[in-house]
Ligand binder design. Sequence first.
Ligand code: AFP
Length: 319
Amino acid sequence: MQTVEHIFEKNQTPKPLVLAINAVLEASKEIAFLLQKGAMSGILGSAEQENVQGETQKKLDVISNDLLKDILKACPVVAGIASEEEDLPVPANKDGEFLVIFDPLDGSSNIDINVTVGTIFSILPSNGNDASQESTYLQSGREQLAAGYVLYGPSTLLVMTTGQGVDVFTLDPETQEFVLTESQSTITPTTQEFAINMSNQRFWAESIQNYVGDLLQGEEGKLGKRYNMRWVAAMVAEVHRIINRGGIFMYPWDSREPAKPGKLRLMYEGNPMSMLVEQAGGLSSNGKIAIMDVVPEHIHQRVPVILGSKQEVETALKY
Ligand code: AFP
């Protein structure tokens, strides 16, 4: 049995980086515990606050954000944090080396119906810059030192990369340790599964309309095979399915809010998921360039996302 600590040792992950990741994992175990208690812990429902994106925050969004924030601020290697639920970056320790970026609870609309949610994280170097300044965080995804998610489903899983492939760990409920359950995951290059919110179809650009139209044509269309569709409404679960059995996930630009390039956030969702997908042999694009090559202009910037099985994403990009 190998725990996440054994893998850090095997990969010679630098000790300070291990401390930063472990701080995220410590918070995630508490979040997993609260989710398991469900309604009994009084966490369901809305906290009657809006986050910076104008969405109503669920109680557990707020609690998860605060848990992560407190634990990370107390971790001496962390210089600062940026959260999907915080308007501004939060400075932590002056001598810290890392910036920890996170979506505390992705897919939070699933909480009330007891469906999968997850914590997504990304770690960047602080390069000695002022962690109270947004500009310090505006680094492309290629600068990430580690990325991953903790998936709270029937079991609690950690899927993580430090740039040496993607490993999957399962939280042992008895020992509270993350145990390696799949080493070096790879994404199958072809697939017959796609994920997109079809209810937005009429708002998509023509290219996406055409591509999805061809997916729906199945074996009679020009792609020549039948596709199935899945939509969990939590990117963390969609990416996990893709890492397990392949697939293509899309959240493209649409005309509902034309000024915003899509719904998903570059730094909290796009970059960490892209690092995992690329490390597992898949592709991730905003439709023009690799998501990890996008240079952020704002911490809450949005990005169109097309990611997953390499050949399927390549086909989509031809459109
Ligand atoms: P929430 O965390 O607000 O539930 O949003 C989840 C998410 O950002 C992403 O995880 C999903 O893929 C996507 O939004 C679902 O969006 P739809 O509302 O279009 O289903």
